[in-house]
Design a protein around this ligand. Structure first.
Ligand code: NAD
Length: 498
């Protein structure tokens, strides 16, 4: 059985090679490969390769750097189907969904193809007599990304194209559950002309993560994953003086008002709740039905959900694949059981689903739970599976209070035909990304992505303008070119504009 290796300094390596992990085919429930788990020494090798590469890459012109990104972008498009297949085989998501994440990742590369424009500084003429002033931004050095299993190509692409285009060099520690696509990305960068050592991949678990967080020659860490690990990464990497952005988990609410188009809202919520088997940080996992909308909405949700075709991600016709691991399957089924025993009503119960020819696959069917209250574990916890819970309230004010009392603040949506309701909602919710009749409001690459509260630690959102700022630091130059004959005008008091 193959062992997936690290990519350090432009070549594959087993590194220290002492520990490996299992990579599964979630649709079959069988191990399909092993992955090397990096030691601190392996991480150090990657940082050294990146540090050497930084010396020349940071001096490469912005024009040349953006040309590499143009070439990389074309390769990501050319190999879109291959990349989607690699993702689907290890993650389990259906092929069209995997293609979608390749496209959304590629859009970040397209954003940084405009790098010369994005990195333009600001110039002020004649800030004092004969004096000009300007600002510009420079890369930080070696930066690292630590990423989750659920978007194995898109989430790393929120980070490395921006960091690399800005002149940094990069060490990626992807999820050990679906590591292969990161190695293919490394090959495509090499084919695009990126010099060796600029992009490195170290596979691994906590040992590799801790080595990244503590490494004295890593300047910044971007993390995306669950909230407890995001908090840990933020605290530990900050303690060693790094710049950190750590994006965490979510419980995303959709508020449905009585004036909404119920069929439209219902269909959108089914797609947003069960797409990728609910394993999206922007998945809708809690629906708040306001007033009279609840019963007809539940009818619509049930009718559409019953039609979802669950099957292997690589099989044509499948709309929803398995979840990532046997442990995830067990966790999700336990939550469903807790929902039932705490008095909620199981409208659709996905437990015990079997898929023909895939008896050991990690499948759980779409589950719809009505009558949920804010004290039940199906509401308080991020389940990260195909479970949609419905809470009933009487007014918009009550709905907003529920959204704002939740510790997470990643995404939320409102379904309404009233501009006034939409405006009230968008101004009052304590959430970073808001959809108006849009259930999964993931910002495009030229805006920044980020939640509030326990969904993000650190003060920068990711990609877009905030990504450029995160991966660079500012310089301001004040300059004067005096005539040789000019009086120096030097005085001992603090200089002010003349
Ligand atoms: P995870 O937190 O288990 O893992 C994320 C990364 O942290 C992986 O690379 C993993 O190897 C590493 N890691 C795991 N345990 C660790 C530990 N104890 N110490 C150090 N490192 C550790 O997350 P996951 O299960 O891979 O992904 C799902 C989670 O990610 C969900 O909570 C989801 O909401 C979140 N997510 C958030 C966003 C966002 O933008 N906010 C996007 C995608 C996923």
């Amino acid at each position: 059985m193959a062992t997936i290796e690290h990519w350090i300094g432009g070549r594959f390596t087993a590194g220290n090679g002492q520990r490996t992990g299992d990579v599964y085919d979630p649709a079959q429930g069988t191990v399909r490969a092993h992955v090397g788990l990096a030691s601190a020494a392996d991480v150090d090798d990657a940082v050294s390769a990146a540090e050497t590469a930084f010396e020349t890459w940071s001096q490469t012109s912005v024009t040349q750097r953006s040309r590499v990104m143009f070439a990389f972008r074309d390769l990501v498009q050319r190999y879109e189907d291959d990349l989607a297949r690699i993702i689907s085989a290890e993650h389990g998501k259906v092929l069209d969904d995997a293609r979608g994440e390749v496209v959304r990742g590629r859009e970040v590369v397209e954003f940084v193809c405009g790098l010369p424009q994005l990195l333009k500084g600001e110039f002020s003429d004649q800030v004092s007599a004969g004096v000009d002033s300007w600002s510009f931004r420079q890369p930080l050095g070696v930066v690292a990304g630590i990423t989750p299993f659920n978007f194995p190509i898109m989430v790393p692409m929120w980070m490395h194209p921006v960091a690399i285009a800005c002149g940094n060099t990069f060490v990626l520690k992807p999820s050990e559950r679906d590591p292969s696509v990161s190695n293919r990305v490394a090959e495509l960068y090499a084919e695009a002309g990126l010099p060796e050592g600029v992009f490195n991949v170290v596979h691994g678990d906590k040992e590799a993560v801790d080595a990244v967080l503590d490494h004295p020659r890593i300047a910044a860490v971007s993390f995306v994953g669950s909230t407890p690990i995001a908090r840990y990464v933020h605290d530990r990497a900050s303690a060693t003086g790094k710049r950190v952005q750590a994006l965490g988990g979510a419980k995303n609410h959709a508020v449905v008002m009585p004036d909404a188009d119920i069929d439209f809202a219902g269909d959108q919520l089914v797609a947003a709740g069960y797409g990728s088997a609910g394993q999206r940080c922007m998945a809708i996992s809690a629906v708040i039905a306001v007033g009279s909308v609840a019963d007809p909405l539940i009818d619509r949700l049930r009718a559409r959900t019953e039609q979802i075709v669950v099957g292997p991600g690589g099989q044509s016709g499948s709309e929803m694949g398995p979840v990532i691991t046997a442990a995830a399957l067990k966790r999700i089924e336990t939550y469903i059981a807790e929902g039932e025993s705490s008095g909620a009503k199981l409208v659709l119960d996905g437990r015990g689903l079997s898929v023909d020819g895939h008896d050991d696959g990690f499948f759980v069917g779409p589950t719809l739970i009505d009558g949920v209250t804010t004290d039940m574990s199906v509401y308080t916890d991020e389940i990260f599976g195909p479970v949609l819970v419905v809470l009933r309230v009487d007014t918009l004010d009550e709905a907003i209070a529920v959204v704002n009392a939740n510790p997470y603040g990643n995404g939320t949506a409102v379904f309404t035909s009233s501009g006034e309701v939409a405006r009230t909602f968008q101004r009052r919710v304590t959430v970073g990304m808001i959809g108006i009749n849009v259930p999964i409001p993931v910002p495009m690459a030229f805006h920044s992505f980020g939640g509030w509260k326990d969904s993000l630690f650190g003060d920068h959102h990711i990609h877009g303008p905030e990504g450029i700022r995160f991966y660079t630091r500012a310089k301001v130059v004040t300059s004067r070119w005096p005539h040789v004959s000019e009086d120096s005008l030097a005085q001992l008091n603090f200089p002010t504009a003349q």
